[in-house]
Design a protein around this ligand. Structure first.
Ligand SMILES: Nc1ncnc2c1ncn2[C@@H]1O[C@H](COP(=O)(O)OP(=O)(O)OP(=O)(O)O)[C@@H](O)[C@H]1O
Length: 373
C-alpha cells in the first residue's frame, strides 16, 4: 500500500498509509478502536474501493483511484474475520474445500484434511458447523481461508470472540500454520500482547496514521513517541527540567542530554524498569522510599511504591516484579532503574522531536499513564 487515504462521508479515517507485507511475513495492524485498521484491511481485500494511493499484490497493481479494481474473489487473498460465518448446510470438510472446486475431488479432500489436521480439527471433518464451539468454528474458518493457498491472508480480530485460554491455544496453532504454509499475513488487532505474539512486524496506528512500524522489539524498546510507550502497557510518568543534560527523578537521574538545557522533559518508566530491593533498616521511616501496597497478579507482583528522591521529591509509582514478591506495607526499599525501559521525550508543547536518538541512551524517561489504551 502506498499513500493510502480513505474517507467516509468526507471524514478522513485513513491518512497517508504506506505498508508492505513480505511473503511469509506476519504483519499486525495494531491500534485503538476506530483508528482505521479494519478500513485498511477492507481496502486490501477489495471490499472497499481505493480512494487515493496505490495497492499492489504480488507485484500486480490491483487498485487505483477512480478505476475499476480487481474484485475480492480474484485477488488471491484469504479472509477471516472475528465472526466468520461458516456455511451451515455444509460439513466442516466441505466448508474448507469450498474454494477448491477447480481441483479433482481427491486432491481437494487431501488438502482440506491436511489443514484440518494442522488446526486440530481432523476429527470433526464430517460434522456440521452448529455442532462446533466458537473456537472450533474459528479454526474451520481459518482452514477455509487458507485452503486455496492465498498469497495474502487478511485476518481481522480473528481471536477476539474467544475466551482467554482458548484464544492462546488457537493463536499458537494459527501462528504455526501460517508459518508452515508461508502465507503473507496482515492481522488486525487492538491487543498489544497479541500483536507481539503473532507479528514479525507491527504497524501501530492512531487516528488513521501509522505512528511506528517495526519488529515487536523495536516498538517496545525504541518507541518513537509517548503514545507508543503507553500503548504497550501502564507506565510511570514524570515531568522534570533538563539540568546539565539530566532530569532528576525520585528514582534517580535520567539522561536527557539531547534535549535543550532548561526545557521540560517527560520521563516514562515502565513498571518493570524499577528494580526494588528491601532495606534491612529504616522500617517505618516514611522519609525513604517504601511500599504502600503489594499485590500478586499471577506471573508477577505489582508493588505500589512511594518513591523518595535525594532532593525530597516524592512520587507514587508502580513496580512490576516477576514471580511472588510481596513485601509488607511500610517496608523500606532501595530503587534502581533498568534504563533500557526508561524513555525521555520533550514535554508536550516543547517541540515534536521524537525520543529516537542515535543510541538507546538517547531516550530515557519516567511516568504513569494509559493514554494509548
Ligand atoms: N462504513 C462506514 N461508514 C462511515 N464511517 C465508518 C464506516 N466504517 C468505519 N467508519 C468509521 O471509520 C473509522 C475507522 O473505522 P475502522 O473500523 O477502520 O477502525 P478500527 O481501527 O478497525 O476500529 P475497531 O478496532 O473498533 O474495529 C471509525 O471512526 C468508524 O466509525
Amino acid at each position: 500500500m502506498h499513500d493510502v487515504h480513505h474517507a467516509y462521508d468526507n471524514i478522513e479515517v485513513v491518512s497517508g498509509v504506506d505498508l508492505t507485507v513480505a511473503p511469509g511475513e506476519v504483519v499486525c495492524l495494531l491500534g485503538p478502536s476506530g483508528c482505521g485498521k479494519t478500513t485498511l484491511l477492507r481496502i486490501a481485500a477489495g471490499l472497499e474501493a481505493l480512494q487515493h494511493g496505490s495497492l499492489a499484490l504480488e507485484g500486480q497493481q490491483v487498485a487505483a483511484p477512480g478505476r475499476r479494481h480487481l474484485p475480492p474473489e480474484r485477488r488471491n487473498v484469504g479472509l477471516a474475520f472475528q465472526d466468520s460465518a461458516l456455511f451451515p448446510h455444509l460439513s466442516v470438510l466441505d466448508n474448507v474445500t469450498f474454494g477448491l472446486r477447480q481441483l479433482p475431488t481427491r486432491d481437494r479432500q487431501r488438502r482440506g484434511m491436511k489443514l484440518l489436521e494442522q488446526l486440530g480439527m481432523a476429527d470433526y471433518a464430517k460434522v456440521y458447523p452448529h455442532m462446533l464451539s466458537g473456537g472450533q468454528q474459528q479454526r474451520v474458518a481459518l482452514a477455509r481461508a487458507l485452503a486455496p493457498g492465498p498469497g495474502l491472508m487478511l485476518l481481522d480480530e480473528p481471536f477476539s470472540s474467544l475466551d482467554a485460554r482458548l484464544r492462546d491455544q488457537i493463536r499458537d496453532d494459527t501462528l504455526h500454520v501460517l508459518k508452515q504454509v508461508g502465507a503473507a499475513t496482515l492481522l488486525v488487532t487492538h491487543d498489544p500482547e497479541e500483536a507481539m505474539f503473532m507479528a514479525d512486524r507491527i504497524a501501530l496506528m492512531r487516528d488513521g496514521r501509522i505512528v511506528q512500524t517495526g519488529t515487536p522489539w523495536e516498538l517496545y524498546c525504541t518507541p518513537c513517541e509517548p503514545f507508543v510507550v503507553s500503548f504497550f502497557g501502564e507506565v510511570n510518568e514524570l515531568q522534570g527540567e533538563v539540568r546539565e543534560g539530566k532530569v532528576a527523578t525520585p528514582v534517580g537521574q535520567v539522561d536527557a542530554s539531547w534535549l535543550p538545557e532548561g526545557s521540560q522533559a517527560r520521563v516514562m518508566i515502565r513498571p518493570e524498569a524499577l528494580i526494588i530491593q528491601e532495606r534491612k533498616d529504616d522500617a517505618g521511616d516514611h522519609q525513604v522510599s517504601h511500599v504502600l501496597m503489594a499485590k500478586l497478579l499471577g506471573r508477577s507482583s505489582l508493588l505500589h511504591i512511594c518513591a523518595h528522591g535525594a532532593s525530597g521529591q516524592e512520587s507514587h509509582m508502580h513496580a512490576r516484579v516477576p514471580g511472588v514478591f510481596l513485601p509488607a506495607t511500610g517496608q523500606a526499599v532501595d530503587i534502581s532503574l533498568d534504563l533500557s525501559q526508561v524513555f525521555v521525550f520533550p514535554s508536550l508543547g516543547a517541540g515534536t522531536r521524537a525520543a529516537h536518538g542515535d543510541t538507546q541512551q538517547d531516550h530515557r524517561e519516567y511516568a504513569h499513564s494509559h493514554d494509548g489504551q
